[in-house]
Design a protein. Structure first.
Length: 186
């Protein structure tokens, strides 16, 4: 593995240097070539740590602390997200909350680069931002089971009706459970 990494690393360095020296002979602008060179350098810079990580995990059969792991050679702001879902206990990335109207207009969003709160805690925060920005709350809210449970369910009187979409596994289609509007906002 280490020999292969050295070969790939050398190959990348040769092509990076060729691009630096001969960019004028390509159709790339200076900015485009600079971006490609920057990406190659970013990967080359991380290769020693990636080799160490692979050696520890594969050869040494030792766990590497999450804070020391390289999760992506291309995106440094990727995190381990412990979700506890069946078949995917851990996922990699960031959480992006998007709140939109039925017609697709985005009313609220928030990017969580660290571990995001549980889904059921995201709704009250989102509704507070919507009320702060638009001076009104939604007439209804639709979400999955996690949104309709816990704190979100406990705040139904304050936030209006929550329509809970649940997957009807036997019929293979979505069913909706709705409740009366508490606020009268439409």
């Amino acid at each position: 593995m280490k020999k292969l990494i050295q070969k790939v690393s050398g190959h990348a360095q040769v092509h990076r240097d060729m691009l630096k020296g001969n960019r004028e002979q390509t159709t790339l602008s200076e900015q485009e070539a600079g971006q490609i060179i920057k990406r190659i350098d970013l990967v080359l810079e991380q290769l020693p740590r990636a080799v160490y990580q692979a050696h520890e995990r594969i050869i040494g059969e030792r766990q590497v602390d999450n804070s020391k792991k390289i999760l992506s050679l291309y995106e440094r702001e990727i995190h381990v997200m412990v979700r506890g879902k069946a078949g995917a206990e851990s996922e990699f990335g960031n959480t992006l909350l998007i709140g939109e109207q039925a017609d697709g207009v985005i009313l609220d969003w928030k990017l969580y680069q660290e571990q995001a709160p549980a889904d059921m805690k995201l709704l009250p925060e989102s509704l507070e931002r919507i009320e702060r920005y638009y001076h009104s709350g939604p007439g209804s809210v639709t979400g999955d089971r996690a949104v309709a449970a816990g704190e979100a369910a406990g705040s139904r009187a304050a936030t209006g009706c929550i329509e809970k979409k649940q997957k009807n596994k036997t019929a293979g289609r979505n069913a909706q459970e709705s409740c009366a509007h508490n606020k009268g906002l439409n």
